[in-house]
Design a protein around this ligand. Structure first.
Ligand code: DHE
Length: 601
């Protein structure tokens, strides 16, 4: 079910211990070793393995199809030899499966980063084998759902019977469904023709309030919360139209809100749901197409939807189902991960996760949609542009690689090993390295490394599209790196690190110090600065203000506890301000309007 730290786990245990631990928990590895292990060694190996399960930060970062879990599914027809399961249990197990297992094993159980769990496979393994596997997990990435206490013995039993049955298929979400959710609250002709408020829109931050299903619009200079707006469930990211007027946010329930920042009192002017589960939204950025289209990408159904940029009217749906790029076998549910608007062509770059393809979707003629399908690497997740905005660098995170696409020539340029476990760049960070020239950075979920990749094939051909420098930051569990053209620093968080002090801090590298092989970094105690006594808040995602002289970090606490945003002076690395407000519930992503629309990172 969870696999992001699989390689690290395996490398942390000796291979003998791995074999023993697997054998002890009755896992796939039973086929690989016939030896009967010594009991006490076996127990030790099991303990080691379980400890690993409990402490790997990457495990906490696996998609949870929560909204899909709320849908009542049609129960597939039963066969005479099926395990007994009531309809009520089946629905309950489906919800549990979508929330906890589908992220890795796929909604249809055909496998993603985790193994396929279709009945032809599960029935061969048998009830006891599967029950033990769910109970104890495996060092290959499966969590120990039973022994961790996450599932009761009865629930493990129910899930075991469930995976022996045919999987249900959640409903599709076609044009009729999408149009059924589409609402234009204020028609374009009824909107202002010029900006009607005195907000400094370019320096506004749209802040995700994850667990309250809202965003906060915060002024970048005064830190005043100008407005809180209701959005979709567990809203994920914000993106801005090319003009900077319209703000688009997408919830995990695939609901997009379009907010007009020119209104006297900015508000949602249109909304639509593009599927049942989604994570990405973007707008057309190419000259001549500014504000013309928006696009949303869904996890379920596997599809993207191009919409009118003024009204969100759904115009074109494209399914991403198809062949994997390498083996060319059919994948029924390749999820749409990051989407980026090209500055070089009227194209959206769409990461299709499980098939490992980057689709360059030409939106100049929606009736004759042209897609250049680039074979990249499986498990594409997030990424961003280089400093010239010509190259798209995107992580195939479960493969430990970064793919580079030339958006001008529509070609794959390179697939680079980052030599860390599970690269997770967000949109990455671009800066001028003292030795290697322009580079783009990513940190990693599974270890403390930061990979710097050369991005200047003209000026620095020897460094281009290679990992030129590896830095060591605070620890595993990093989600985002950040810098700004005006900054001389690179910031690296460690959000999912199990150690509270580490996940509550940020590492800052001086770019000039990178002339050294192993530069030191400064640690900023962000949570301590926030002065929050209760809970174990995590620091996540730095975001610069427009001028690039201060960086904001979210201090992300539990829903019912105090959270904050800490503002750091980029020149002095000192605390500048703490934004606290009871309305700031679980702040996570922050999107400065100017930096987001102009792709400055
Ligand atoms: Fe994200 C970006 C998917 C969990 C905060 N996240 C993205 C993108 C994808 C994605 C595909 C790229 C969007 C784009 O650029 O178009 N995220 C997922 C998941 O599948 C995952 C692992 C689990 C899930 O069920 O959603 C997940 N993400 C999280 C979190 O738990 C985070 C830390 C907190 C939160 O708000 O949910 C989180 N994700 C973010 C942020 C970005 C993001 C802040 C945008 C970064 C940027 O700089 O653009």
């Amino acid at each position: 079910m969870k696999s992001t730290s699989a390689i690290r786990r395996a490398s942390l245990l000796t291979s003998a211990a791995v074999a023993l631990a697997l054998a002890a928990s009755g896992t796939w590895a039973q086929e690989e070793t016939e030896e009967t292990p010594d009991k006490s060694v076996e127990e030790q190996a099991r303990e080691d393995a379980l400890e690993e399960h409990a402490t790997q930060p990457g495990d906490m970062y696996v998609p949870s199809m929560t909204t899909l879990g709320e849908i009542k599914v049609e129960i597939p027809g039963r066969k005479p030899d099926d395990p007994v399961m009531t309809d009520e249990e089946f629905q309950q197990a489906t919800t549990m499966y979508f929330e906890r297992c589908a992220g890795c094993h796929g909604v249809l159980r055909k496998g993603a980063t985790g193994k396929a769990l279709t009945p032809d496979i599960t029935r061969e393994k048998g009830f006891e084998y599967l029950r033990d596997f769910i109970t104890y997990g495996s060092p290959a990435g499966m969590p120990n759902w039973g022994t961790s206490g996450d599932l009761t013995e009865e629930e493990v039993d129910m899930m075991t019977r469930y995976v022996l049955l045919e999987p249900p298929a959640p409903p599709e979400f076609g044009m009729e469904d999408i149009r059924g959710t589409w609402q234009v609250h204020i028609a374009p002709e009824d909107r202002p023709t010029e900006k009607m408020n005195d907000w400094d829109i370019d320096n506004l931050f749209s802040v995700t309030l994850r667990d309250s299903g809202e965003i906060a619009l915060i002024d970048g200079a005064t830190y005043e919360i100008k407005k809180i707006l209701k959005t979709g469930y567990a809203v994920h990211i914000s993106r801005i139209s090319a003009s900077g007027r319209y703000l688009f946010v997408i919830g995990r329930d695939a609901k997009i809100n379009m907010i007009d920042l020119w209104m006297e009192d900015p508000d949602t002017v249109a909304e639509v749901k593009i599927g049942a589960e989604a994570r990405s939204v973007e707008t057309s950025k190419m000259e001549g197409y500014e504000d013309k289209y928006a696009i949303g990408g869904a996890y379920w159904p596997p599809q993207f939807v191009i919409m009118d940029g003024d009204t969100l009217e759904p115009l074109r749906i494209k399914s991403t189902r198809g062949m994997t790029y390498d083996e060319q076998t059919y994948h029924p549910e390749p999820r749409v991960a990051a989407i980026l608007g090209s500055h070089y062509k009227p194209e959206f770059l769409v990461n299709v996760k499980e098939t490992g393809k980057i689709m360059m979707v030409d939106y100049s003629d929606l009736e004759a949609l042209k897609i250049t399908e680039i074979n990249a690497e499986r498990f594409l997740h997030d990424g961003g542009l280089d400093s010239t905005q010509r190259y798209f660098l995107t992580a195939a995170n479960a493969r430990g690689k970064v793919a580079v696409v030339d958006t001008k020539e529509s070609k794959l340029v390179a697939v680079i090993e980052t030599e860390g476990e599970t690269p997770h760049p967000g949109r990455g960070a671009n800066f001028e390295h003292p030795t290697y020239g322009p580079v783009w950075a990513t940190s990693h979920l599974g270890d403390d490394t930061v990979a710097l990749i050369g991005t200047d094939p003209e000026g620095h051909p020897d460094s281009a599209w290679k990992m030129v420098h590896q830095l060591y930051a605070l620890g595993g569990g990093s989600l985002f790196v950040k810098t700004h053209p005006e900054s001389e620093n690179l910031y690296v968080d460690a959000t999912l690190n199990p150690d509270a002090e580490t996940s509550g801090s940020v590492a800052v590298f001086k770019i000039a110090d990178m002339a050294e092989e192993e530069p030191d970094y400064t640690v900023l105690p962000i949570v301590e600065w926030a002065g929050i006594a209760e809970g174990q808040p995590r620091v996540v995602q730095g975001e610069f203000n427009k001028d690039g002289n201060e960086i904001w970090f979210s201090v992300w606490n539990a829903k019912d506890l105090e959270s904050a945003i800490v503002v750091v002076d980029d020149k002095t690395l000192e605390l500048k301000h703490v934004i606290k407000d009871p309305r700031l519930i679980t702040p996570t992503g922050k999107f400065n309007v100017y930096n987001t629309r102009a792709d400055v990172y």
